[in-house]
Ligand binder design. Structure first.
Ligand SMILES: [Zn+2]
Length: 431
């Protein structure tokens, strides 16, 4: 989940039902998985600051021509632009050539991109073409042989998560908000454990996997360092604006860089959701997956936003992302008993920021920075895999305490297995 404030929970009755007494298991790294990024170093931050400042202003290039036809853009356009922004993009035909016109705020100059005259299929070497090739040649016991997957466990797992309320405990609510209690789990912990389990399973199926974060990462020191840098440079601080958003932008650009360096065919951004208020016992347990899209008027106001929008129009993998997401939702529901989230009821996210993709698939287009920022057109899915303070889920998450969270047969491992099964089903369907 992103940015919503959440109270610690669940409380009382549920807490008492979860038998959890031992300290948090230390993070364990599978040997088959290469180490991913940990906390941003001061050198990383210095390197990324000019890039993020530049991206946020005006210099992101917009291509003059994109290799997809008007009919292909028309297919995906309903999912790429939010309802309020839809009229900000239009087609024009001049001298037999097709153009896509994009505007940001009213009165801004209109960006014009030429479209190809003929529809194009997946390009050779594109992730979609590579996945089709893997589906044809991979042996039955290694159905993902050579598939490149980048996993990003969301958040940090540290006290930043606690401060934002992305946190559950089987004990009493924490008295000191600066320390994660030993019986507490942050959303970042759940994401990292699930990512490690998924990586282990995918690797054994033949995939090549990287993870951007293995365990808890201390973001607080980075915040102090960035604050010190900005305090020393008022001009830069002025350009940066909101420091919280800027720090997030630095972090997400770095994650995107790490993922892109792996040249992934598929990028999987892993989150869990929570209900802001205590979940009622009869609430259905719902799951949803985001794919890139639903750009708002504001988000296509900058050249960066327009460039990312055009990149999505030209992507050969957008439809494949939506199809993969639907397959994963089905697989998760089969394993965890969840149901696909229905449009209109979207948890912490205002429905205007989401566009449902298909009927009752649990797949929604949403404009999120990280999926748009990973280069190379990988299939991209952003999981909200379970509502971790739901009465059906919370006791399961805590049940394995004292061994290792995500131990074989536990909830988090079953969840990872459902994702691996879904990926195999998707790849096999491309034979
Ligand atoms: Zn999250």
């Amino acid at each position: 989940m992103q940015s919503a404030k959440r109270p610690p929970g669940p409380q009382d009755g549920l807490a008492a039902s979860a038998a959890a007494t031992k300290p948090l298991a230390t993070t364990k790294t599978s040997r088959s998985v290469p180490d991913g990024a940990e906390a941003m170093t001061e050198r990383d931050i210095k390197r990324l600051i000019p890039r993020v400042v530049q991206l946020e202003t005006t210099r992101a290039p917009l291509p003059a021509k994109i290799p997809v036809s008007r009919s292909q853009v028309a297919d995906v356009l309903p999912f790429l632009l939010s309802k309020e922004a839809r009229y900000q993009a239009a087609f024009e035909r001049t001298d037999g050539r097709d153009y896509l016109l994009i505007a940001g705020k009213l009165g801004d100059p209109v960006s014009k991109v030429e479209l190809a005259s003929e529809p194009h299929g997946p390009r050779a070497g594109s992730p979609v073409a590579r996945i089709a090739a893997i589906a044809r040649i991979a042996p039955p016991h290694k159905p993902l042989l050579g598939l490149r997957v980048a996993l990003d466990p969301g958040h940090f797992g540290d006290i930043e998560d606690l401060r934002e309320g992305k946190f559950v405990t089987s004990g009493p609510p924490p008295q000191n908000p600066e320390t994660i209690p030993p019986d507490g789990l942050t959303e970042g912990d759940l994401n990292a454990i699930s990512a490690r389990n998924l990586a282990r399973r995918l690797t054994s199926l033949g995939a090549e996997v990287i993870i951007t974060r293995q365990g808890r990462v201390t973001r607080t020191e980075n915040r102090a360092y960035v604050n010190a840098l900005l305090d020393a440079d008022p001009e830069l601080a002025k350009r940066v604006g909101n420091r919280g958003l800027f720090l997030s932008a630095l972090d997400l650009e770095r994650r995107a860089e790490r993922m892109g360096a792996h040249h992934p065919d598929i990028s999987i951004i892993m989150h869990f959701d929570a209900e802001v208020n205590q979940v009622s016992a009869d609430a259905r347990h719902e799951v949803k997956i985001y794919v890139p899209g639903c750009f708002s008027r504001d988000s296509i106001d900058s050249k960066l936003g327009r460039a990312r929008f055009v990149q999505q129009c030209a992507s050969t993998s957008w439809n494949a992302s939506a199809e993969l997401a639907a397959t994963l939702v089905k697989s998760i529901c089969k394993t965890t008993g969840a149901v696909p989230q229905v449009p209109g009821k979207t948890g912490a996210v205002d429905p205007k920021f989401l566009l449902p993709v298909g009927n009752d698939t649990g797949v929604f287009a949403r404009s999120l920075r990280l999926p748009h920022a990973v280069p190379g057109e990988p299939l991209s899915v952003y999981l909200e895999g379970a509502t971790y303070n739901h009465p059906d889920i919370f006791p399961l998450v805590f049940r394995d305490r004292g061994t290792t969270y995500g131990a074989p047969g536990g909830f988090l491992d079953s969840y990872a297995k459902s994702l691996a099964d879904g990926l195999v089903a998707y790849v096999r369907s491309k034979r």
